[in-house]
Design a protein around this ligand. Structure first.
Ligand SMILES: Cc1cc2nc3c(=O)[nH]c(=O)nc-3n(C[C@H](O)[C@H](O)[C@H](O)COP(=O)(O)OP(=O)(O)OC[C@H]3O[C@@H](n4cnc5c(N)ncnc54)[C@H](O)[C@@H]3O)c2cc1C
Length: 458
């Protein structure tokens, strides 16, 4: 009997959830949203869709018995190949584990299964007068388990933090099939190593998250919005530095000229295509306080050299001002195949990063549009190329590698939020240095036989 046949028999006998073996359906579990030109994907032996922790345990034990690698999967919206299948693996899809076990209003926390979509947690928290803050742009379809496994960020992370900042406790299924609780329900707590934080961002390499207790906060008040145009990268950089040192906007984003032009080409917003950078900010302090805050930001922008700074406390107008930023990635995608990067640099290095990106684009003769989270120093330089021209693909790949090295050279990171997965794995030793072996030691201690997502993330 083949390994796959033995695994399938075992999974069926163990009743580990809904088992998928139809090749056409399996094909839809092969990849996440990372560019196929950059990351490989294999063919899974099977996909299992459990509904309970016990079923996940059964699936993990069966895979371990047959030495079959396990690839955990949420919505498959990842951008680094983290959820890509490995030939002959078992994909454990958490998509059916969508229950909300509790929203505890007085303790301001929610306990949910990992397949719950981010937007559904937001909605449920909202019904109790509370707010779940982490807001990746994929919030309408990505799962809480996937958000935890990638430590996802988003627009309002500049004020409210990334997923890890909202994480209190987890239940995880480990490589030996145990279901273990880590972290806590209390807001503060220092007992033991911080294992919940360790699992957050571990990209499915240490175990499977089967339940999560997340912190909720009071809902933000109404927002006011700023959009400011800058004639140079340096002037925008100075404004951003002043803003982050002196205020707490709930959003602080930017996009460069190439991106502005792409947006205007796809869906004209009346933007000035000659400005070097557009900066967007929001304040959610409510009413007059919010408008006062963005008016102050506008003043700092003008002092730094902004040619135009517009503010509004009208929600509809604010949404219109932000619309261009929200269109950034789709507008670049509209121009050709894209390689989306997500490097991060220390705040003071944002102008140097933007300068460097321009130089990389010129050196490799590629189009790079940059937008991103200015308040976090996390940028998305996006290479636009012709995927049918092998020479253009080679230039795009070379430019991509140079962007990552550029960020590292500025004291930054290879990934600010999308994760290492398969996409950034070759660059990881450059960032981690000696710490790379500590990562491997942790992996070995928790998953000695390399069961979970082998070859990814570390
Ligand atoms: C249009 C678009 C916009 C995006 N915007 C953002 C953004 O603003 N910020 C951001 O950070 N990301 C963004 N992303 C990337 C992606 O949505 C996030 O990485 C998200 O957190 C992945 O969630 P998922 O449920 O799709 O996980 P998947 O893609 O299925 O998995 C991601 C990783 O987590 C692991 N994993 C999944 N579930 C579990 C689990 N229960 N236990 C253990 N490991 C698990 C997988 O093995 C994989 O390594 C965007 C993606 C798209 C397509």
């Amino acid at each position: 009997m083949t390994t796959t046949a033995a695994l399938l028999d075992d999974l069926a006998a163990a009743a580990a959830g809904d088992l998928v073996t139809d090749p056409e359906v399996l094909a839809s579990y092969e990849r996440d949203q990372a560019a196929p030109a950059l990351v490989p994907a294999g063919r899974p032996a099977a996909v299992i869709r459990p509904r309970t922790t016990q079923e996940v345990q059964q699936a993990v034990k069966a895979a371990a018995r047959h030495k079959v690698p396990v690839v955990p999967r949420g919505a498959g919206s990842g951008l680094s190949g983290g959820a890509n299948a490995i030939d002959g693996c078992l994909v454990v899809s958490l998509e059916r584990m969508t229950d909300i076990a509790e929203i505890d209003g007085p303790s301001m926390l929610a306990t949910v299964q990992p397949g719950l979509v981010n937007a559904q947690l937001r909605e449920a928290a909202g019904r109790e007068g509370l707010f779940y803050a982490p807001d990746p742009a994929s919030w309408e379809f990505s799962t809480i388990g996937g958000n935890i496994a990638t430590n996802a960020g988003g627009l309002c992370c500049v004020k409210y933090g990334v997923t890890r900042d909202a994480l209190l406790g987890l239940e995880v299924v480990t490589a030996d099939g145990r279901a273990v609780r880590i972290g806590r329900r209390a807001r503060k707590g220092v007992a033991g190593y911080d294992l919940a934080s360790l699992f957050c961002g571990s990209e499915g390499t240490l175990g499977i998250v089967t339940e999560a207790t997340m912190r909720l906060i009071p809902p933000p008040r109404s927002s006011a919005t700023l959009a400011a145009s800058f004639p140079s990268l340096g002037s925008a950089g100075h404004a951003i530095a002043k803003i982050v040192r002196n205020s707490t906007p709930s959003v602080l984003e930017l996009m460069d000229r190439t991106t502005i032009q792409a947006v205007e080409r796809m869906a004209p917003q009346g933007l000035d295509e000659e400005v070097a950078v557009l900066v967007f900010a929001r304040s959610d302090l409510g009413g007059a306080a919010a408008l006062r805050e963005v008016d102050q930001l506008a003043k700092w922008c003008e002092e730094a050299g902004a040619t135009l700074a517009v503010t509004t406390d009208e929600e509809a107008e604010g949404r219109m001002l932000m619309a261009a930023r929200r269109l950034a990635y789709s507008a670049l995608e509209h121009q050709g195949a894209t390689l989306l990067d997500d490097v991060g640099v220390p705040l003071g290095q944002i102008p140097a990063l933007l300068d460097g990106i321009e130089a990389v684009a010129e050196r490799h003769g590629v189009l790079i549009g940059t937008f991103g989270h200015a308040g976090d120093g996390n940028m998305h330089p996006t290479i636009v190329f012709d995927q049918h021209d092998p020479e253009a693909v080679a230039r795009a790949n070379a430019a991509f590698a140079e962007l990552v090295r550029l960020a590292l050279g500025l004291g930054g990171t290879v990934s600010g939020e999308h994760g290492v997965g398969l996409l950034k794995r070759d660059f990881l030793p450059l960032e981690l240095g000696e710490a790379h072996s500590l990562n491997h030691a942790i992996k070995h201690a928790l998953d000695p036989h390399g069961l979970f997502n082998p070859g990814k993330a570390i």
